[in-house]
Design a protein around this ligand. Structure first.
Ligand code: EPS
Length: 385
């Protein structure tokens, strides 16, 4: 069993993530974790904060000479911006008497419900933790998970398929070409024509003081048959993946495989026939998106996430000042105009985390050698079915 716990406020001293349960002797690459963090910071439509930060992890436990020990791995990410916020975000001392509290909650953010729930007069106490800055910790945990998965030839990637209603048209034929093009695109889109439409839409949102959302697709290749289970609702992998993706800030919908499209087709147009060739089961299509009955079926896992537009609007919607109860414009916190490309990177790493969790449930051992051995035994069994 692996688990992680994250902590940190957006403008506090930094973010921390502790990953517990990794097998020993996993080679850890700080460069690969930092590379994932850099990918998360990029994307057309990001705000000024991303120019201030240059996220990287400092690993302070659980790794010795580049290998995991089997003990908890602690990763810390410094908030460079903290130095500009010590007056408002200091851990110690007294609240300044002239502190400007945030009292006009932003519709669509955790501000209002969070302030009521936790008895905060200053909404900053909510928004600092609810901030999408915390997605850096998901990426760091997921980046470690990917390093484990790579030993078993599993690979996770994502691309953006829609921004502000502008959808991809023609995509490259092979998944490798698609990923290559998406990685080179400022909106992480593998269709150059759609990319320009998406960029125009983001520019339009910026001009209007508005924001745009969109849709990304995550694909996990190389997953063995049999991760997750049909045996109990909370073990179903599709539910776990969907729940994990929905926990990313601003994600309002998740599809697996054909998803919502399957609801208006006949069964014969949805389900993937089962064939047997050269001693192996084959599926000529992948409408199921790699999961049947909550269990991986050996096909690529295909997930899509819908992101709502970011809640901070530079031309704000009406809100209520929680002090005076007067209708006022919602407060404005520095933000992004579009974070769909970044969300696709967060979702990749989140999905990698869930797969690693399910993988270690099935093949769990205390060292990499034990995990590999149990995986080899299982692969042999599968080849005999
Ligand atoms: C973000 C950090 C935040 C925002 C954004 C994403 O930093 P700041 O508030 O200093 O600009 O840019 O957060 C949100 C959109 C949000 O709603 O919280 C990040 O690291 O991804």
């Amino acid at each position: 069993m692996i688990r992680y716990l994250s902590a940190g406020e957006s403008h506090g001293p930094g973010l921390t993530v502790i990953v517990e349960g990794l097998p020993s002797h996993l080679a850890v690459s700080k460069d690969e974790i930092d590379q994932q963090l850099r990918r998360r910071q990029q994307g057309y439509g990001r705000g000024y904060r991303m120019k201030i930060e240059s996220d990287e992890v400092e690993i302070t436990s659980g790794v010795r000479f580049g290998l995991t020990l089997g003990s908890p791995v602690t990763m810390q990410i410094i908030n460079r911006d903290f130095s500009h916020w010590t007056d408002r975000m200091s851990v110690w001392g007294q609240l300044p008497t002239d502190l400007k509290e945030v009292t006009r909650p932003r519709p669509g953010h955790a501000d209002l419900a969070g302030a009521i729930k936790y008895d905060h007069a200053d909404v900053r106490n909510v928004l600092e933790r609810a901030s999408a800055r915390n997605t850096a910790t998901i990426v760091a945990a997921g980046a470690l998970a990917r390093q484990l998965l790579s030993h078993f030839d599993m690979e996770v990637s994502a691309h953006v398929v829609e921004i502000g209603g502008e959808r991809v048209g023609t995509l490259p034929e092979t998944w490798d070409d698609l990923v290559h093009q998406a990685n080179a695109s400022p909106v992480r889109c593998a269709d150059a024509e759609a990319e320009s439409r998406m960029i125009r839409k983001i520019d339009e949102a910026k001009e209007r003081g508005d924001t745009v959302g969109g849709v990304f697709e995550v694909v996990i290749r190389g997953c063995p048959v049999g991760l997750g289970s049909y045996a109990h609702p909370d073990r179903k992998l599709d539910g776990r993946l969907a729940g994990a993706l929905m926990s990313i800030p601003a994600i309002k919908g998740v599809e697996i495989g054909l998803g919502f499209v399957s609801a208006h087709r006949f069964g014969s147009q949805v389900h993937d026939p089962i064939l047997y060739q050269d001693g192996r089961y084959l599926r000529p299509s992948n409408g199921a998106g790699g999961v049947e009955g909550g269990v991986t079926n050996g096909q690529p896992i295909v997930l899509r996430g819908a992101m709502k537009p970011i809640a901070t609007l530079y031309h704000p919607l009406p809100s209520v000042d929680m002090k005076t109860k007067q209708v006022e414009e919602a407060s404005v916190e520095r933000s992004d105009y579009c974070a769909v490309p970044a969300a696709s990177v967060v979702a990749e790493n989140m999905a990698a985390w869930v797969i690693a969790e399910a993988f270690l449930e099935k093949f769990g051992g205390d060292s990499m050698e034990q995990v590999k051995e149990s995986f080899r035994v299982y692969q042999k069994r599968v080849s005999q079915r």
